[in-house]
Design a protein around this ligand. Structure first.
Ligand SMILES: [Zn+2]
Length: 498
C-alpha cells in the first residue's frame, strides 16, 4: 500500500493518520496516560475523548520532529527511499522504525506497524541509508598527513560524524592514544564515529613513521608484540612498508595463532603475489602497480581484501588541488578551522621544485593505475571497503569519504555498489555485518537521511540532513567548527622517514 505524502512541518497535524500507517503499542507518555484516565470518565463521552486521545498521542509524536526523540522513544522514518547497504534495489515509499539502539523494521511502508509513541520523521523525497565507514583514516589531526594535532581530536571526530561517517578504522597511531579514543567513544563519553584500530604499525629497524611504529629487528620479537596487541584488543595488526617478506610471514603466522588478521601497506608493492604469499589478510590501499590476471587470481585464491584510498593517491597526484574550489564544500567549510584552509591554499599555490614535479608525474600514473585496479578487482569479486587515508593535503576526515565514493563511481562502479563498499562490505571486512552496515531488523540503528538520491547520483551523499547514531538523532549543528569555542590548537611537526 502506498503511504500518502503528508507534511509534519509547523506542527500542522490535522488529526488524520497518514494512510497505510498502523499505530500500535502501549501508550507510555504522560500525555497518553492522562488520555487513558480521561477515557474512563464517562461512557457517553468515551468515544469523543478516545478520538481526542488519539490526536494528542499523535501530536506528542509529531510535534517533536526536528528535535531529539525522548529517552526510549522510538523513531519512525516514513515515506523514505530506502537503500539497504547490501546492494539491493532502493525501496520507494519505505519505512524504518528504530527502538533504543536497534532497527526494529526496515522495508516497504505496507509492512510497517508504527509504534504508537514514535517520533515520526517524514522523509518524502529523501533517502535513508546506513551510516558510512572510513576503514583507513588516522586520528592525529593536521592537514598535511605528517604534522600532528592530537589535542584537536574533538574537531576531527565531529567532522566525520557531521559528514555521516559513523564508523572508522584508525590504521596507524600512537597506540595508547588511539586505544583511549576507542574506549571513550565506546563508553559514550566521547562523541564521534565508532572506532576500530590497529594500534601502532609494525615496521622494520628503520620505521617510516618512527613515532607511530614498533621497530622489529628480529623475528623473535614478534610473539611479544602480538601478545601485547592481543591484550590491547586491536582490531587488526598493521604491517608496514619496510618489513621484509620473511618478517611479514612470521607476523601473519603469530597473529593468526591469536586470531588477529594482518593488513599491510607496502606502497608500490601492494597487491604483489610475494606479499600475498606471506599470509596477510589484506591491503590497506589499492595497488598502484599493474595487476595482471595471474596476480589477481593469486590474490583471489588467498581471499585477500582491499581498502580503497583513491583520495590519497589522487592527493599525491595533486589533481584535486589544481582547483581548490572544493574547499567550499559544506562538509569541509562547516568543520574546518580557517588557518587549516589558509595553510592548505598556500601549499596548493606554492610552485613545485623539479624533483617534486617528477614525483607528482609518477603519482599521476600511480593514481590512474589505482583507478583501473579498483574496477578490475571489483569485477573479480574481491571484498573491497572504502577508506581515505585522511588527513593528507586535500583529503579531509569526513568529506574525503564522499569524494572516495565519487572516485569509485568515476572508475566504473555503480553508485549502489560504492555505497555497499562503505556500509555492508565495510562491516563484512570488520566481521561485524551481523551488527552494523545494513538497514535490516536487528542491526544497529546508525543511519543517514539524505535530501537526494545517491543511488542515481553518488554526490547526493553530500546532502545529509540527519544522522542517527545508535538510535539517537545527532545534533549536527553542534558538530560544526565554532571559532568561539574551539581552543585553536596548532599541529606540531611529525616524523616521517621514507
Ligand atoms: Zn594510512
Amino acid at each position: 500500500m502506498r503511504v500518502k505524502s503528508v507534511s509534519y512541518v509547523n506542527n500542522s497535524f490535522s488529526g488524520n493518520l497518514p494512510s497505510g500507517l498502523i499505530l500500535r503499542g502501549k501508550p507510555t507518555t504522560s500525555h497518553q496516560m492522562a488520555c487513558i484516565q480521561n477515557s474512563f470518565d464517562g461512557k457517553k463521552r468515551k468515544m469523543k475523548i478516545a478520538l481526542r486521545c488519539l490526536a494528542l498521542v499523535l501530536m506528542a509524536g509529531l510535534c517533536t520532529v526536528g528535535a531529539s526523540a525522548g529517552e526510549g522513544q522510538p523513531i519512525a522514518i516514513v515515506h523514505a527511499r530506502l537503500i539497504d547497504g547490501m546492494g539491493g534495489s532502493p525501496v520507494e515509499n519505505a519505512a524504518v522504525v528504530v527502538r533504543d539502539k536497534t532497527i526494529e523494521y526496515a522495508g516497504p511502508a505496507s509492512g510497517v506497524s508504527v509504534p504508537r509513541d514514535a517520533q515520526i520523521i517524514d522523509a518524502t523525497g529523501k533517502t535513508v541509508m546506513p551510516g558510512l565507514a572510513d576503514l583507513h583514516v588516522h586520528l592525529q589531526g593536521s592537514w598535511d598527513g605528517i604534522s600532528v594535532d592530537l589535542l584537536g581530536y574533538q574537531r576531527y571526530l565531529k567532522a566525520m560524524l557531521y559528514a555521516g561517517v559513523t564508523t572508522l578504522m584508525d590504521t596507524g597511531n600512537y597506540q595508547p592514544w588511539v586505544l583511549q579514543l576507542r574506549q571513550e567513544q565506546a563508553a559514550g563519553r566521547l562523541q564521534g564515529p565508532r572506532i576500530y584500530c590497529v594500534g601502532a604499525m609494525i615496521d622494520s629497524a628503520d620505521p617510516a613513521w618512527p613515532d607511530l611504529a614498533y621497530a622489529v629487528t628480529s623475528r623473535y620479537q614478534i610473539p611479544e608484540i602480538v601478545r601485547r596487541d592481543k591484550a590491547a584488543k586491536v582490531d587488526m595488526i598493521k604491517g608496514y612498508s619496510n618489513l621484509s617478506e620473511h618478517m611479514l610471514h612470521w607476523l601473519s603466522e603469530e597473529a593468526g595463532k591469536e586470531g588477529i588478521r594482518v593488513v599491510i601497506d607496502q606502497w608500490e608493492r601492494n597487491g604483489s603475489p610475494d606479499l600475498v604469499a606471506t599470509g596477510i589478510s589484506g591491503f590497506a590501499h589499492l595497488p598502484t602497480r599493474k595487476m595482471n590476471e595471474a596476480d589477481i587470481q593469486f590474490a583471489k585464491e588467498h581471499n585477500i581484501f582491499f581498502i580503497t584510498t583513491l583520495t590519497v593517491t589522487e592527493a599525491f597526484a595533486r589533481t584535486r588541488l589544481n582547483d581548490i574550489g572544493f574547499l567550499k564544500e559544506p562538509y569541509i567549510a562547516d568543520t574546518t578551522p580557517p588557518w587549516f584552509l589558509t595553510e592548505l591554499r598556500e601549499f596548493a599555490n606554492k610552485p613545485q621544485t623539479e624533483p617534486e614535479k617528477k614525483e607528482t608525474q609518477e603519482s599521476i600514473v600511480a593514481h590512474q593505475e589505482a583507478m583501473r585496479n579498483v574496477k578490475k578487482l571489483h569485477d573479480a569479486g574481491f571484498l573491497i571497503a572504502t577508506g581515505t587515508d585522511a588527513p593528507y593535503p586535500g583529503v579531509f576526515q569526513g568529506e574525503g569519504l564522499h569524494h572516495e565514493l565519487e572516485l569509485m563511481v568515476e572508475a566504473g562502479w555503480k553508485p549502489l555498489e560504492a555505497i555497499r563498499a562503505s556500509t555492508y562490505d565495510a562491516a563484512r571486512l570488520m566481521k561485524a555485518e551481523n551488527e552494523w552496515g545494513s538497514l535490516q531488523a536487528g542491526r544497529r540503528a546508525t543511519l543517514l537521511i539524505i535530501a537526494g538520491n545517491p543511488a542515481e547520483r553518488i554526490s547526493d551523499t553530500r546532502k545529509i540532513e540527519t544522522v542517527i547514531q545508535d538510535g539517537k538523532i545527532v545534533d549536527r549543528t553542534a558538530l560544526k567548527y565554532d571559532m568561539k569555542t574551539d581552543a585553536g590548537y596548532r599541529a606540531v611537526p611529525g616524523l616521517f622517514n621514507p
